[in-house]
Design a protein around this ligand. Structure first.
Ligand code: N2P
Length: 362
């Protein structure tokens, strides 16, 4: 596997889950891979039986097991070139700025809907792939891609707060987004993701889940105000797991699968479900229009198509995952989860404004 960004870590743990993440880690700073680096392969009705050359994967930070990529390379002879992004908005902006070198991208549910609407994804019909039959029926019928014409399911999870109980004695007092944003805590890290941060700020100021796409400006002013006093040491999706594991960071807004991996290395870390609610997301493989290696992309999607959306994979789950309340959402916390809504343009712009103001004030 070749990584176009600087590799910072190689630790990983991976297993499939019915209500959890299948995750692994290799992080780094994103760099552009603009421009097609390999000759285009034609999309055909037939599933490609073999491939050669490369497949350019543009994925979330810390989201695929390097060993899986090595296995894919060994079995297919196709080299994987990995580049990473930190948010759906970064992914969208990158493609819209003309980056045409990616074969596989991994947008979340709401972004899949946006990208289909923008005509950015190739219609591939994953159900017709050799491994398509293993996709569990409930993952076929999804609002953002009915019938799975454009995407294949990858993994799903939530975004909450990771806290080191040893280094931050007040972890137990952090019960909400509001507590986090107003508590003036030391050694805080956050993800660099405008939808995650701004939706959490809206929730912290009393906006209910069903109203997260509001266009009421007053609500965004309130979100901006609560964020004004929130000054994390680091705002960066990259390297956050390591900073928590080593104790450099004490608190972090965090994806639950990442928090699980942190805990495996450092048992003092807990995952907090904020009382105002938290985002439930799912991510999906797609082949962008203009991908230079469409056939290799199909072979890759088919190969790595075993995951939590795949029938029977829950049996494969390790006990450490099954027993982690940050991974398997406890009954009493289930009502706190809500999907990230696909907001209209006006709300999206308001999110961008709040996020940019907050970043600029750091
Ligand atoms: C894990 C990436 C989670 C993806 N590092 C969030 N949609």
């Amino acid at each position: 596997m070749k990584i176009t960004n600087k590799r910072k870590s190689t630790y990983f743990a991976a297993l499939a889950a019915t209500s959890a993440l299948l995750l692994s880690a290799c992080g780094g700073e994103s760099t552009a891979t603009d421009g097609a680096s390999a000759p285009a392969t034609a999309a055909s009705g037939e599933f490609p039986t073999s491939g050669s050359g490369v497949v350019n994967l543009y994925n979330w930070t810390d989201y695929i097991d390097p060993a899986l990529l090595d296995k894919f390379e060994a079995e297919t002879g196709i080299e994987v070139i990995l580049d990473t992004f930190d948010s759906n908005e970064t992914l969208l902006a990158k493609l819209q700025s003309g980056a045409t070198g990616y074969d596989i991208i991994m947008p979340s549910d709401y972004m899949v809907e946006q990208m289909i609407g923008l005509g950015m994804l190739q219609e591939v019909d994953v159900a017709s792939f050799p491994n398509g039959k293993y996709i569990a029926p409930e993952f076929m019928d999804v609002y953002f891609d009915p019938g799975r014409k454009f995407t294949g399911p990858y993994m799903y999870g939530t975004t909450g707060i990771a806290c080191n109980t040893k280094l931050e004695p007040n972890c137990e007092n952090i019960k909400s987004w509001k507590d986090l944003f107003t508590g003036n805590y030391d050694k805080v890290n956050t993800l660099k993701d405008q939808v995650e941060i701004v939706s959490a700020a809206l929730r912290a100021t009393g906006v209910p889940a069903e109203d997260l796409c509001t266009t009421d400006k007053a609500k965004y002013v309130a979100a901006e105000e609560i964020l004004a006093g929130f000054k994390p040491d680091v705002i960066d999706s990259d390297g956050g797991n390591e900073r928590m594991i080593t104790g450099q960071a004490h608190i972090r807004t965090s994806w639950n699968g990442d928090t699980h991996r942190m805990k495996m290395e450092n048992p003092d870390i807990i995952f907090i479900y904020p009382s105002e609610g938290l985002n439930f997301w799912s991510d999906h493989m797609a082949i962008p229009v203009g991908a230079p290696n469409t056939d290799n992309a199909k072979i890759f999607s088919n190969f790595s198509g075993y995951n939590n959306a795949i029938t029977g994979t829950s049996d494969l789950m390790a006990d450490e995952l099954k027993n982690d309340p940050g991974v398997i959402v406890p009954e009493e916390n289930k009502a706190l989860l809500s999907p990230i809504p696909n907001c209209g343009e006006e709300a999206r712009e308001l999110y961008t404004q709040v996020f940019t103001t907050w970043l600029d004030s750091q």
